[in-house]
Design a protein. Sequence first.
Length: 278
Amino acid sequence: MNDYVHEVSAEESERIQRFVRNVAIGTVLFVLIIILAIVMAPQWVKLISHQAERDFVEPYVGWVNDNLLDTSDPVLQAYVERLGAEVAESMSVPPDLELKFYVIEGDTINAFTTLGGHIFVLDSLMYELEDENSLAMVLGHEVAHAVNRDPLSMMGRGILLQIMITSLSGNGGIDPSTTSELGFDIMLNAYSRDQEEDADRLALLALEKRYGHAGGSTDLFETLQENYGGVEPPEILSSHPDTDDRIAMIREMAKEKGWGFEATNPYPDEVREALKQP
């Protein structure tokens, strides 16, 4: 039996070499694109539209709301929605950034912003505060994070790449079944010093624009420092910069602007009544 020997013609050899060369070039380009995406991800954040970000996270937020969160009193919900919208009007919010405010039950004194402009306020925070100005400062701080795209930057380069792929492919967003991997804790991780300071500055500007003074801008930090003393602080204080530095920065900015710390506005009667309920 004769062995079959296939002789490759010069033309076939050239095609094979060209194919191998194209595969090699394509592989190198793909790796370079991935490396570039990882390195440049923070700069690429602003290239992702708010709509794409919202579409990406919507299934996750919906699943979390339905399965993990207990909504708070409807009176508190309506109040925070109204106050949050009014504070946002004092800030430079892009027209395509749709902000949504939620009041949820929880023992942790906290507020946080997720992808897509979703801002959560735990009712424990409202119990701790005693006036509207202080709450407006917190809401302004969270709105500033949404405007600056801080949650998107914080969640990492891998999420950014996935959002880009989702935007280009038109396929769905986050699979709710992956919530254990994403975890609510990624929404609560500390921002950088610059991100926190910038959010504080923008919130203070909004507070003064709305009320005409800086009263209430440091109340939350000062109250929590007094209450927690030497024990571990709640999530809202466990980030950079140091809380003392944040208070000092806010007071220094108010001093430079000539803003006083006037009396604050109490919660509306219906909100105070709702907060008295167990």
